[in-house]
Design a protein. Structure first.
Lengths: 490, 220
């Protein structure tokens, strides 16, 4: 008869052996690759790592070679010098389960539909203001609100053609949270598009063995959106020119979508119609313009007579309904971080439904109750200047000195409309393979949502990661890196 | 429908063709001069650069190579390719994908050469020439020709004429190239009646080419 003590001893031994083998396997893998398995790996991540462990790690260098060879650049001005540089790229993709992405997709369609309805309403009947959902004063003081366009409705009533919505995944409740809406000129889409092609060439096994959603349809999505609003004529992409930070993206999208890449002086307005100037002097009618510059620089005749750039008369043609502008002029109002606060209310107001995706908990010092909260909790909040973008004008209470906080409080009290405060979201880190080691870095996600005949969410996005450990600010304009995003089915 | 091109893109394609042809032909001549300087004619490099209106001074064959490629003068190969890269970036929407990559690689190679403290290696010249050949190949493999291809080709031919005139090469070949240019001018703008006269009828062929280009590409 077996001794119960002996059985317990054998059992413990077996457990110990299994644990020992597991540790050995892990350390062998670590020695070979210099990487660790993800702590909380999902089945999809396991599959990724299984394939990754069989790959030649040295091939990672080929990504940089590719970006150099095809000048996949982001331009910067540093100390007055023009610098073309490739964005830092990390080989480990962000993986989002198809099922999870479907929820994001629905939430984004919901949100962008509401934002489009809001802009259309705001510039026509302004019911949302009249009914007190959003204070009039709040709208009037939004820097992107253009009163001159009140009463004008653009082609097919589409205003939010191409949108970049920034999200993070909250590690506390595992939910995706919207951080920002970019409804003017969102950039960055060309980087994941370009790198995916390279990924497929360098590591085809991933795409053979895993069910990764294809992404090549993005140019088609924007072409369809342009076609939908086109007033009759060719499509063009209006670029500030070769020295713009996103010139690579402009030329990439123009080439892939078939739109003509033009600078302002290559368009001319005659009798309230916009024409493309061909090399031989012929003028070709333009029906849709995907503008990659801010509103105030598109027409010196309308906005700033001193400006040397822009297409004189373009706004006249637009208001006459003779050309579509993507995105619509005046969308800047919804990029205002103060207006962001009201988006959940907009969704309820226009769609009669609760938002599918939440905003980050936000406080408007404009309202007394919120002001009190902000004053008493500034150390744990993130303060944002409502009119800034590109990662500028963001202050983290926890990293400020007592004197800085005091100064900031005084600034907010003097101008409460200029700021919002948000709870700091502990969003998930992503694994990054940096300097031959796996490291955790904060990463956000920009989703691209395109509105044409319907609202489409691209099956990918721009995952941006912070280069420094513990940095919560991730933005390409701040020189941070990017990685591919794989929407995957099990 | 004809291919649409802005004047800016057309101009940059034209100059891209010119700069690449200029680099290729100049390098062939540099190779010949380098070989001659070693033991046949010490002044071969001086004579060569006289044709570019440049007074080049050097101490030996290696020094000639160095001055020709990265010396401070207008025919500096590094600068020519920097210009070509700029043309390429501007008109990348109308350039073959692989050709674009080769041009960027060519520029990177020349930047490396220009910054290297080491003497110029003749093998680098072979590499540059090989990259340029690949660019022409990538361009010519396209079956269906568009206006953008013709502007690129036009630049190449115009530069060929320029170099042939500078080097006083066989007249009948130059005449044939002028005919090719006329065919392209007609394809790009059949209504404008832009044509160069024959070799003997033109007083200044390059001046005529420049005049015709100004009429072909209407800036405003």
């Amino acid at each position: 008869m077996p001794n119960s003590n002996s059985f317990a001893h054998d059992y413990k031994l077996v457990i110990f052996c299994i644990f020992f083998i597991f540790i050995m396997l892990q350390s062998t893998k670590e020695n070979i690759l210099g990487v660790y398995m993800l702590e909380k790996s999902t089945e999809m991540h396991d599959r990724f790592w299984e394939i990754f462990s069989q790959q030649d790690i040295k091939k990672i260098d080929e990504f940089k070679s590719y970006m150099d060879r095809f000048a996949v650049n982001f331009n910067l001005y540093k100390d007055g010098n023009f610098i073309e540089q490739s964005l830092p790229f990390d080989v480990i993709p962000r993986i989002i389960a198809k099922e999870e992405f479907t929820k994001i997709e629905k939430g984004l369609q919901h949100r962008v539909t509401a934002l489009n309805l809001f802009l259309e309403d705001l510039y026509t009947d302004a019911k949302i203001v009249k009914e007190g959902i959003i204070p009039q004063e709040f709208v009037d003081s939004a820097s992107g609100y253009l009163k001159e366009f009140v009463g004008f409705s653009p082609s097919k009533k589409v205003r939010t053609h191409i949108n970049g919505i920034d999200l993070v995944k909250d590690s506390e409740d595992d939910e995706w949270v919207i951080l920002e809406d970019n409804l003017r000129v969102p950039s960055g889409v060309s980087y994941p598009l370009s790198i995916r092609d390279t990924y497929r060439k360098i590591y085809p096994e991933f795409f053979e063995k895993l069910k990764i959603e294809p992404i090549k349809n993005y140019p088609k999505i924007i072409t369809d959106a342009m076609k939908h609003v086109n007033t009759g004529g060719i499509n063009v992409l209006l670029t500030p020119g070769r020295f713009n930070s996103a010139y690579y993206e402009h030329s990439y999208l123009a080439k892939e979508s078939g739109a003509q890449l033009v600078r302002a002086h290559e368009l001319v307005v005659i009798d309230k119609k916009v024409y493309f100037k061909n090399y031989n002097g012929k003028k070709v009618l333009v029906g849709a313009i995907y503008k990659r510059r801010d509103d105030e620089f598109i027409d010196p005749k309308f906005f700033n007579p001193e400006s040397l750039i822009g297409v004189p008369g373009l706004i006249e043609a637009y208001l006459a309904g003779n050309v579509a502008l993507m995105n619509a002029v005046g969308n800047g109002v919804s990029d205002d971080k103060g207006i962001y606060y009201f988006v959940p209310k907009m969704i309820k107001y226009y769609l009669g439904e609760e938002p599918i995706l939440k905003n980050a908990p936000t406080y408007l010092p404009y309202f007394k109750e919120d002001m009190d909260y902000v004053m008493n909790n500034m150390e744990k909040l993130v303060i944002k200047d409502v009119a800034e973008a590109g990662g500028y004008g963001v202050l983290f209470g926890h990293s400020m000195s007592a004197i800085q906080i005091q100064d900031l409080k005084a600034t907010i009290i003097a101008n409460p409309r200029r700021f919002i405060a948000q709870e700091l979201i502990e969003f998930y880190d992503e694994k990054c393979y940096l300097n031959n080691e796996l490291k955790d870095r904060k990463a956000d996600f920009r989703a691209y949502v395109v509105m044409g005949e319907d609202v489409k969410v691209w099956n990918c996005g721009l995952t941006r990661y912070a280069l420094e450990e513990g940095n919560y600010l991730v933005n390409s304009s701040q020189g941070e890196g990017f990685k591919d995003t794989w929407v995957m089915e099990l | 429908m004809e291919q649409l091109l802005t004047a800016n893109v057309a101009t940059n394609l034209y100059w891209l063709g010119r700069y690449l042809e200029r680099t290729e032909e100049t390098l062939y001549e540099i190779n010949k001069a380098y070989d001659a300087i070693i033991d046949i004619d010490k002044d071969a490099g001086v004579k060569l650069y006289k044709k570019f209106n440049i007074d080049l001074e050097y101490t030996n064959a290696s020094d000639f190579l160095d001055k020709a490629i990265r010396g401070v003068h207008d025919a500096n190969i590094v600068n020519i390719i920097t210009q070509a890269r700029e043309n390429t970036i501007i008109c990348r929407t109308h350039i073959d994908f692989e050709a674009f990559g080769e041009i960027i690689e060519l520029h990177t190679l020349l930047q490396r050469i220009s910054k290297s403290p080491l003497p110029i290696d003749y093998k680098d010249i072979d590499l540059i020439l090989s990259l340029i050949s690949e660019i022409w190949c990538a361009h010519t493999k396209r079956g269906h020709r568009k206006s953008s291809d013709y502007f690129f080709k036009l630049g190449k031919l115009a530069e060929e004429v320029d170099l042939r005139l500078r080097f006083d090469r066989n007249k009948s070949v130059t005449e044939a190239i002028i005919k090719d240019i006329n065919i392209i001018l007609n394809l790009l703008n059949p209504d404008a009646g832009l044509q160069l006269l024959s070799y003997d009828e033109e007083d200044d062929i390059m001046e005529s080419i420049n005049t015709v280009m100004k009429k072909l590409i209407i800036e405003d």
